[in-house]
Design a protein around this ligand. Structure first.
Ligand SMILES: CCC(=O)SCCNC(=O)CCNC(=O)[C@H](O)C(C)(C)COP(=O)(O)OP(=O)(O)OC[C@H]1O[C@@H](n2cnc3c(N)ncnc32)[C@H](O)[C@@H]1OP(=O)(O)O
Length: 633
């Protein structure tokens, strides 16, 4: 198999392999050092190379004569608009907006937060930052002001780029007011708030009477264009926050050089997208999928990318995805299994699918969470193109497990995320760090170095980077996921081995939710676990012990906790359930037995943990859970 050969080359002859891949992109200064160690002995790619990511994504294509090719299709069923931008138009917008940022004093020593909905201006803002070497940090719009404030205090942005509002189906999301609230909560105060006024949605921005605000559109139309700045390969292109096992999110740092090489490599070899074709990743730009495959990957590969401001169902109906594929002749698509599950639920017999001509669609990729077999079956039956589940993380920025239809015919094994992708030497380890044979479940780890484009560290927190990823198994990256390998080398990812949960493809921390729940004035102690959900894969479930003497009703507490989580973390957490118990099951040393709680809530078979301090609590809990279920029905 071509991919097996490529994989072997990438791990045995890594420097030569990645030197060749680096030839596929343009550099201001070609790297001569392919693989070196940084100051903490963490492997770094292309250390002495210099380049600019915006140049690769935009200017290069215009210079090569493709200025009239459509670069971005903005498809917004929520505002009923479709707008197309050619590469030349994108270059004009991006270079002028970059000029505006430069006039405000932003340069490659600065960071900027982008908190925006799915509109082309968000992409222009990302590319303009990349053009100047300003490190951007896109924050997903579904997060509440407090979450934004945490990120402001962590990366100290010189500017926040936002919009007046967003549109969630038919609900207006007040982005700018959220930004103002976040800044009132944060200790660090950014110098500039740049706001894009979405006139169409009403609620106009009053630039005249609010001197703290800079008008995005004016900045973009009235500034002189700025050129691409040459940055070192390891210069941070972006910081993207993701949830960890503790409450505070981690700012994953991505470089420019390794990332650009990985984007080009993956678009061609994994996704098999040919330059000029339309590639659609239906993800928000606030997630890693949105960064890599709605923005940088397709643009670097000279594809047309679709920026979709809508939902798989409800904008307008369950046929929206198929309408977009037909209308824009999408060749390769990427989405989260939750999206397909939502469509399947609404359209079990594929009636909406049948209305559209999907002949342009070659391959469907799925990631963000594990895809269940029933969803894959539905997809195969009604859509009829290969649906390839693959696995990666915000930390890697691109696939670590998958198949490579870009270079060969692939054999899909349902429920597997595929085989290791070149550059990712994946092993399954036991608790003690021994490699496990096929069919034994263990920890998914990756021998260092990771491939180019994978995380360079955690913003401002070297210790957390080392302790979270590098010390559990020295010489290996600890992914936090469990997995099983089969005799053919296919890997089946079994889920997180820590307290991180995955809700509709959104990675969230239960510790962070526990901090919020325990902040409720009636709660003495609590625990939040992820339980199975037919639609979203997992959803959080809170269990609380009340303070002594508290008289609050369970239903009232539940309502207040749900509201508190929405306010402090965001609607995206999808917290719906909170149950009151007299006590939590614990080990003799006082650790909450979360796995036991989770298994019982999922009504699965459980074993009595040998470390439990009082076995009688299990029956007590069982009775309480049944009562709760009966009340909720
Ligand atoms: C491989 C590397 C990675 O894993 S990177 C991460 C990849 N993950 C993804 O791309 C996420 C995939 N999921 C999705 O795109 C969405 O969940 C899909 C499938 C489209 C469904 O969306 P939706 O119906 O809104 O459900 P949801 O569970 O996402 O939302 C729950 C509540 O949050 C809200 N929300 C969502 N997005 C925003 C936003 N940008 N701004 C403000 N609010 C947002 C939703 O409206 C929803 O609210 P409510 O509970 O209905 O009131």
């Amino acid at each position: 198999m071509k991919s097996d050969k490529m994989f072997n080359e990438s791990v045995t002859n890594k420097e030569e392999f990645w030197r060749e891949q680096a030839e596929q992109i343009e550099w201001f200064k070609k790297p001569t050092k392919i693989l070196t160690d940084d100051e903490i002995n963490y492997p770094t790619w292309f250390a002495d190379g210099e380049l600019n990511t915006c140049l690769l994504a935009v200017d290069k294509h215009v210079n090569d004569g493709f200025g009239e090719q459509v670069a971005i299709i903005y498809d917004s069923p929520v505002t009923n608009r479709i707008i197309k931008y050619t590469y030349s138009q994108v270059l004009e917008h991006v270079s002028k907006f970059a000029g505006g940022l430069k006039n405000l004093g932003l340069d490659k020593d600065d960071t900027a937060i982008i908190y925006m909905p799915m509109i082309p201006e968000s992409v222009f803002a990302m590319l303009a930052c990349a053009r100047l070497g300003v490190t951007h940090s896109v924050v997903f719009g579904g997060f509440a002001p407090q979450e934004l404030a945490i990120r402001i205090d962590d990366c100290n942005p010189k500017a926040i780029i936002t919009a007046s509002s967003g549109m969630e189906v038919s609900r207006r999301i007040p982005y700018l007011p959220f930004v103002k609230e976040a800044i009132s909560l944060s200790e660090f105060k950014p110098e500039h708030i740049i706001a894009f006024d979405r006139k169409l949605l009403g609620n106009r921005v009053d630039f005249k009477n609010d001197s703290a605000l800079t008008d995005f559109e004016k900045l973009m139309t009235e500034s002189e264009p700025a050129d691409c700045v040459s940055v070192e390969s390891s210069h941070p292109l972006y910081i993207l926050y993701t949830s960890g096992t503790t409450g505070k999110p981690k700012g994953v740092v991505r470089d420019n050089g390794g990332h650009a090489v990985a984007m080009k490599f993956s678009m061609q070899n994994i996704y098999g997208a040919k330059p000029g074709e339309t590639f659609w990743a239906a993800s928000d730009i606030g997630w890693a999928v949105g960064h890599s495959y709605s923005v940088y990957g397709p643009l670097i590969n000279r594809n047309t990318t679709v920026i979709f401001e809508g939902k798989p169902i409800g904008t307008l109906d369950a046929g929206t995805f198929w309408r977009v594929i037909e209308e824009h002749k999408v060749s390769v698509m990427f989405t989260a299994p939750t999206a397909i599950r939502a469509i399947k639920k609404e359209d079990p017999d594929g009636n909406f699918v049948k209305k559209y001509d999907l002949s342009s669609l070659r391959t469907q990729f799925l990631a963000g969470e594990r895809c269940d077999v029933a969803t894959l079956d539905w997809y195969e039956e009604f859509v009829g193109v290969p649906a390839i589940d693959h696995w990666w993380q915000t930390e890697s920025g691109w696939p670590m497990l998958g198949l490579m239809p870009g270079i060969e015919d692939v054999k899909i094994k349902r429920a597997s995320a595929g085989k290791p992708i070149p550059g990712y030497n994946i092993k399954i380890f036991s608790e003690e760090g021994y490699e496990l044979e096929a069919h034994h479940e263990g920890y998914l780890v990756i021998k260092l170095p990771l491939a180019p484009g994978a995380m360079m560290g955690i913003w401002g927190d070297e210790e957390r980077f080392k302790s979270g990823y590098l010390t559990r198994f020295p010489g290996y990256y600890f992914s936090g996921d469990g997995a099983i390998k089969d005799e053919d080398g296919y890997i089946f990812v079994t889920g997180r081995v820590d307290d991180v949960i995955n809700v509709a493809g959104h990675r969230l921390s239960t510790s962070e939710m526990e901090e919020v729940v325990s902040g409720h004035k009636e709660v003495a102690e609590c625990c939040v676990v992820g339980i199975d959900d037919d639609l979203k894969g997992q959803i959080p479930f809170a269990i609380a012990v009340l303070k002594s003497g508290s008289k609050i009703e369970e239903k009232t507490l539940e309502k207040e906790i749900v509201q508190l989580i929405r306010e402090k973390i965001g609607a995206v957490a999808s917290m719906k359930n909170a149950m009151v118990v007299n006590r939590l099951p614990k080990t003799r040393s006082g650790k909450i037995l979360r796995k036991l709680i989770r298994t019982m809530l999922d009504a699965k078979e459980y074993q009595m943990p040998s470390t439990i301090d009082d076995e009688s609590i299990v029956e007590e809990l069982q009775t309480k859970m049944e009562e709760y279920k009966n009340k909720s029905l």
